[in-house]
Design a protein around this ligand. Structure first.
Ligand code: NAP
Length: 295
């Protein structure tokens, strides 16, 4: 359960006023929190000040204004630059880092925090700025459970789904990088597919309907692959890797015929072919997870 202190005396600092930092601070202000903000470059807080936030004159003043500081900047290099300048002011307080970076960087920051008597939670924001403060926002957390519980009510103001994934500090970022792996690979496919459709004279609106149909197939495939990976069995009776590789080759040929770059799919085909050459041609496409791990 969230602590009495957190729910009744919601006092929070937000460091970083890029689009996401501003959205996080806005959500807190709108939820009635006394919110202090600070940004490396001054002049980004005007709209927040109008809504009732306070802009701290210095970084030290910002972090000492609240028991909880939320930081959301470009990457963990920027976080480390800010923490180097904090100069002990965070000692005895809690830092929630909602900046996107790798699991190892999260672990490194957790080690820094332990050394400097700072309670550290790492977070991963999985939805865009428009969602922040509403039911559709999703933010994942990892780090000390006790600290998460103390600040849970505050963190719940930022996202409808606020999930603690465990004590291991890199766990939220582990989910984040894997989910973004899926997202960016899909985004590369989406732009390529629109380009190929256009080269073949298919208009974007018509193509979009078919594209959404393909996207609808993915949840079933994701569940099926999860089962294969858990069991270590990759039955390819319904669709084999050999057949998939042939299908990928057709797309590449069609792209080349329209003078389109096909390097992303060529790289994917090379991995599929290595699976076929290794004797996995009659297995499911999911067997490639093993090849990726081995290479
Ligand atoms: N925007 C989204 O929809 C979205 C969605 C999910 C996750 N995220 C994540 O949220 C984080 C913030 O994103 P954003 O959209 O707000 O924009 P951003 O461009 O990634 O970050 C801008 C913020 O980083 C600060 N910054 C950059 N380098 C710095 C440094 N060396 N020292 C101190 N501060 C530095 C900027 O300060 P200055 O103003 O001084 O330059 C500004 O406050 C990122 O990790 C991003 O991946 C964003």
């Amino acid at each position: 359960m969230p602590s009495h202190e957190d729910t009744d005396h919601a006092v929070t600092t937000v460091i970083g006023l890029g689009p996401m930092g501003r959205s996080l601070a806005t959500a807190l202000v709108e939820a009635g929190h006394r919110t202090t903000v600070w940004n490396r470059t001054a002049g980004r807080a005007a709209a927040l000040i109008e809504r009732g936030a306070k802009e701290a004159p210095t970084l030290q003043a910002a972090v000492t204004a609240s028991p909880l500081t939320i930081i959301c900047v470009l990457d963990d290099n920027a976080v480390e630059a800010i923490l180097a300048a904090v100069d002990g002011a965070l000692a005895g307080r809690t830092l929630v880092n909602l900046t996107a970076d790798t699991p190892d960087r999260a672990r490194r920051l957790a080690a820094w925090a332990e050394k400097h008597d700072v309670t550290y939670l790492d977070g991963a924001i999985m939805t865009p700025i428009e969602t922040i403060g509403g039911p559709d926002a999703v933010i994942l957390y990892s780090g000390p459970q006790a600290a998460f519980r103390v600040h849970e009510a505050t963190l719940a103001q930022l996202a409808g789904t606020t999930t603690w994934l465990g004590e291991e500090p890199g766990r939220a970022a582990s989910h984040e990088v894997a989910l973004l792996d899926l997202f960016w690979t899909a985004m590369s496919g989406i732009v390529h597919a629109f380009a190929l459709a256009a080269q073949e004279g298919v208009d974007p609106a018509t193509f979009a309907e078919g594209a959404k149909g393909i996207a609808d197939l993915l949840p079933t495939i994701i569940d099926e692959f999860a089962g294969h990976i858990e069991s270590g069995e990759h039955p390819g009776d319904a669709s084999s890797l050999t057949s998939a590789a042939a299908g990928m080759k057709h797309v590449i040929h069609a792209a080349h015929a329209r003078e389109l770059d096909a390097s992303v799919l060529e790289a994917a085909l090379a991995i599929a072919r290595s699976g076929v050459e290794a004797g996995d041609g009659d297995q499911s496409f999911s067997v490639l997870t093993q090849r990726l791990r081995a290479s």
